[in-house]
Structures are given as C-alpha cells and as structure tokens.
Design a protein around this ligand. Structure first.
Ligand SMILES: C[S@@+](CC[C@H](N)C(=O)[O-])C[C@H]1O[C@@H](n2cnc3c(N)ncnc32)[C@H](O)[C@@H]1O
Length: 293
C-alpha cells in the first residue's frame, strides 16, 4: 500500500497528473454513503451464509441483461441494477481495497500519458468500458480536461451516478451499452480503458470484449486494464486471492486468476506491452500495432 501511495505522489510530482481531487462531496454526503454501506451489511451477510446470489434475476430483468450479469456481485443488494447500489458502490470498493481504490485507478494514467504526451488532447479519443460510477473518468478529465471521453456501462443506475459525478466536465459522453458490442466505429479510439471489470466476466465474454477493444482502437492506440493480481503475481498474496471469491460473490474470479491475457490479446492482434503491480491490483498494457509494424 505504501509503495502504491508513494508512486501516486511521485506521478503528481513528475507532472503526469495534478494533485487529485476525489470529488466525493460534503462530509454529510460521505456519512450518508457510509450509512448506506453499513445498512446493507446484514443483507450481505445473509446472502453469504445462504449462498444466495441471484436475487436480481427476475421476470423484469431476465431478457434485458445477459444472464452472467444478473447476479448479486459482492453479495450486495441490487447487484448492478439499482440506484441504491450505485450510491453505495464507491464506499464498498474503498472498504474492500483499504482506501486505495482511487489511487489504484490512477495508476492507469501514466500509461495513457506515455501515448498522449505532446499530442493535442482535443483530437484524441478515450473510451472507458465498464465505467461504473465514473470515478476513473474523473481522474482522466483532471489530467486532460479537454480530452473527449466516452464512458460505457451496462448498468443504467451506475451511468446515472456517473453523470452526476462528472457533471463539472465538458466533453464526456456516458452511455448504457454492452461491452460485447460497443457502439463506436472501427479504428476510432486512441485509448480504451477498463477498470475492475474483467474479473467479473465469464471467460468467453472476456474474449468477445477484447475483440471489440481491438476493433475500436486506432492502429497505434493503447488498451489499459486495471484489475486484481493473478495467481503467482505475488506468492505472499495467494491465500488472500483464494479467499476473495468466498467472502464476496465473484463467480468468475477463479478462472480470472488463471487467465492468459497475453494470449487473448495476441489472438486479436494486440501486443501485451507490460504489467505493473499496484498493491492487490495490477495495470496491464496492450498496444494495437500500426500498419506495417
Ligand atoms: C466492479 S465494477 C467496476 C466499475 C468501475 N470501472 C470502477 O472503477 O469502479 C464492474 C462494472 O462493469 C460493468 N459491466 C459488467 N459487465 C459489463 C458489460 N458486459 N458491458 C458493460 N459493462 C459491464 C458493471 O455494470 C459494473 O459497473
């Protein structure tokens, strides 16, 4: 954690991004969020004890979202489907990551800086898939206020919350859509990002979404993923990684731990450029070669 926070500060001192603002709102707002979080814990506990995790699958939702999506991820009430869950989400993730979620998200920014530096930000395009409540896009806009950015998520309430959180910025689009079929043209994005989403996808869907990333990236464009460490990234954390899906409903995490992202990328023409550790997460960087490369 110390290493992550020191790197966060070093990035600021190096001018890669400004001193970050969380934009979490007033103390009253934060306390209300904490209240919502604590209020849900008995329900979370009940689901954990009974193993029930599909309460969001009902006649109304069944045909509107893919089956894999309609689960109470993290055992939280409402899954991804309610406004209350969207309001509770960020407190929950910060608790899960001991207060490092935002610092972890920001570790994607140096990888974007590398490809954006010296270019006119107004002419670049960034797409964030599974943008959730928009926390990462907020940091993107703090670093590049004039960059046109598009956030996409399958959850209507989370996109609503992202709109509220990001309303201070111009040139941000937010849409409800499935990452499996991204409604933007081929070769149109300079960067695609996705934060904390891939461990929640079944293996076949990971591959479909990667193909979409490869399709929408411009030649020379960059994909940056931030997600959990995988098995053997950090031997001391193996036990922790095993426990996570038991305490939090994470049905695809076991296959995520073993996933070969380099191979998935290679299969759709992306080059696995590097990976960097960030506490219990890591940043994975992939590049779409330019023609002739
Ligand atoms: C753990 S949250 C991460 C949210 C956000 N990126 C963050 O930094 O906290 C996973 C997000 O992925 C979204 N998601 C899951 N499957 C998706 C899909 N097929 N297409 C688009 N969004 C999806 C969920 O709605 C949820 O908002």
């Amino acid at each position: 954690m110390g290493a992550l926070l020191r790197r966060d500060l070093a990035n600021v001192e190096a001018g890669i991004y400004p001193l970050p603002a969380d934009h979490d709102g007033s103390l009253a707002r934060l306390l209300n969020r904490s209240r919502l979080f604590f209020e849900d814990l008995p329900e979370v506990h009940r689901r954990r004890e009974s193993g029930r995790h599909s309460e969001v699958l009902n006649e109304e939702t069944r045909y509107k979202r893919p089956r894999y999506y309609l689960q109470n991820f993290h055992f939280q009430s409402g899954g991804w489907m309610t406004a209350e869950s969207a309001e509770r989400y960020d407190t929950q993730v910060e608790v899960l990551l001991n207060g490092t979620a935002n610092a972890t998200r920001r570790q994607a920014l140096p990888e974007l800086h590398e490809v954006f530096a010296g270019r006119d930000q107004r002419r670049l395009r960034l797409l964030d898939v599974g943008c959730g409540t928009g926390r990462f896009l907020d940091f993107v806009k703090q670093a590049w206020p004039r960059l046109p950015a598009l956030g996409l998520d399958l959850s209507e309430p989370y996109v609503q919350e992202a709109r509220r959180h990001l309303k201070r910025w111009s040139r941000v689009g937010l849409i409800v859509a499935n990452g499996e079929s991204i409604p933007v043209p081929n070769d149109s994005q300079d960067a695609v990002t996705s934060i904390f989403m891939f461990h929640e996808l079944p293996p076949d869907v990971r591959r479909i979404i990667f193909r979409e990333f490869a399709r929408v990236l411009k030649p020379g464009g960059r994909l940056v993923l931030v997600d959990s460490l995988q098995r053997s990234d950090e031997p001391d954390y193996e036990g922790l990684l095993e426990l996570f899906p038991q305490n939090f409903h994470e049905p695809y995490y076991a296959t995520y731990l073993e996933e070969d992202f380099g191979a998935i990328a290679a299969a759709c023409g992306l080059k696995h450029t590097r990976e960097l550790r960030a506490f219990v997460s890591k940043v994975m960087v992939f590049d779409k070669p330019r023609e002739g490369q």
